[in-house]
Every structure is written in structure tokens, then in C-alpha cells.
Write a protein that binds this ligand. Structure first.
Ligand SMILES: [Zn+2]
Length: 244
């Protein structure tokens, strides 16, 4: 296990921050993407279901890929436990096998490649943070993810300390904070030399939302901040893997 004290962040920053956006929902196109562009910050998108496959979004994803954002895999059908009422009939994790998951993820990758997304190493985010399939959710699909991706984001809440967190289930902060609350997450990462992965859903709309103003307040804090390395999820994961 790495000696955390000797670990140095890229460019002598005190910490790393990754901004991740799940499900490919409308308010992200409307508010988050233009703001990221204005502040010159790159994010990581984990689109799924209609947000990913809606033909109307195709040009938007092509532009997001061309602009240098990361597009990760979050499956095509967003399978979660059948205990969630939003899970589509026939698409609960209880009804999945490893083979079915592998096929779906391969289709997911093909879809993303169809947007012109060229990054060689890909990243994954577990739908609902759940990592197992089968009638009793007893078969882990993490080994499949380890085979196919460079890193994966879970949904456990907390900071990722280099050398200590699981590369294939990195923790994050699912946020509904105001601007100051978002900045406070970053400040704590600075204090502890950690990687803070922020998980956004709605930005100025949709669900589990922050306001567009809160999102912009965070970007203002991050822009040009030499103490904070704002990195795409895969870039930070790769850097940690190579440097711990
Ligand atoms: Zn999701």
C-alpha cells in the first residue's frame, strides 16, 4: 500500500476535484455544459437510457466529445435493484447475468464511440451504485468492470485518499448543495490532500439538483485555482494509479 505522505498531486496542487454528471439529462446540456465551456473546465459525463440514446442528443454528445470532456459508461438501460420503482420491467439487476451485462456495456461503448469519443481508456459509473446481478444480487460484476475499464465510480459518500480507496468503486459526493456547500467540499479536499469526486444530476432543473448559480459558483472557485487540480475522472484515476 502506498505511503500517502509521499504522494504528490499533479502540478503541485493540494488536491484533485472531478466533476461528474450522471444520466445525460436536459439541465446538464442547458446549464452545466455551457458553464463548463465558459470557465474552460472539463467534466466527466455518465449518460444512460434516453439521455444517451435519444437521437436529438447525438449532436450534443459529439460536441461534448470534441470539446474534450470525458464520456464514461453508465450502461444503456440503467439496471438497478427491482426495489426502485423507476426500474423498467425486464431491466432490474435481478434479471441480469454477467454475460448480459457485458453485452450491454459493449453496446454502451459502441454508442459512445459513435459520438467520435476517442479516449482509449474508459471509465464506468455503477447505476445506483449497485455492483451485483442475479436473483439475490449475489454475483458481483466488479470483475467485469475491472477487465473493461481503468476505473469506476461508486456512490459511497466520502473523499478518495490516494492509495486507500478502491479504484473500481471510488467514493463521491452526490450533491444538492448551494455554492458555498460545494466549495466547502473542495476546501476539505485541500486540507486532507484528497480527491473529491462530485456527482451531479440536475443542474438548474431535473432531479437531485443544484441550482445553475451554485454550479457556477463552484466553477468560479475552481478556475485558475492552483491549489486544486480539476481533472476528468479518468485522468485523476490514472494519475493516482501511476503515482501512488
Ligand atoms: Zn444514474
Amino acid at each position: 500500500m502506498a505511503d500517502n505522505k509521499s504522494f504528490k498531486w499533479f502540478s503541485n496542487a493540494r488536491c484533485a476535484i472531478s466533476l461528474t454528471y450522471d444520466d445525460g439529462i436536459g439541465s446538464q446540456f442547458l446549464n452545466a455544459v455551457p458553464q463548463l465551456g465558459r470557465y474552460g473546465i472539463k467534466g466527466t459525463f455518465f449518460p444512460s437510457t434516453w439521455g444517451l440514446t435519444n437521437p436529438e442528443n447525438r449532436e450534443k454528445w459529439k460536441k461534448i466529445a470534441a470539446d474534450g470532456h470525458e464520456i464514461g459508461c453508465h450502461t444503456l438501460h440503467h439496471p438497478c435493484s427491482d426495489s426502485f420503482d423507476f426500474v423498467k420491467k425486464g431491466y432490474s439487476l435481478q434479471e441480469y447475468t454477467i454475460d448480459r451485462m457485458e453485452k450491454e456495456i459493449n453496446d454502451n461503448i459502441e454508442t459512445i464511440r459513435g459520438f467520435g469519443y476517442k479516449e482509449k481508456e474508459l471509465v464506468f459509473a455503477y447505476p445506483c451504485g449497485q455492483t451485483a446481478v442475479g436473483p439475490r444480487l449475489s454475483v458481483s460484476y466488479k470483475p467485469l468492470i475491472e477487465k473493461m475499464f481503468i476505473a469506476a465510480r461508486g456512490t459511497f459518500s466520502g473523499y478518495a485518499k490516494p492509495g486507500e480507496f478502491p479504484q473500481y468503486e471510488a467514493p463521491c459526493f452526490g450533491v444538492e448543495e448551494d455554492g458555498q456547500g460545494l466549495i466547502n467540499i473542495v476546501k476539505e479536499a485541500e486540507k486532507t490532500g484528497s480527491w473529491a469526486i462530485i456527482l451531479f444530476h440536475g443542474v438548474g432543473g431535473d432531479y437531485i439538483s443544484v441550482t445553475a448559480e451554485a454550479h457556477e459558483t463552484l466553477l468560479k472557485y475552481l478556475k485558475g485555482n492552483k491549489d486544486v487540480w480539476t481533472a476528468r475522472f479518468g485522468d485523476a484515476a490514472r494519475y493516482i494509479k501511476e503515482n501512488v
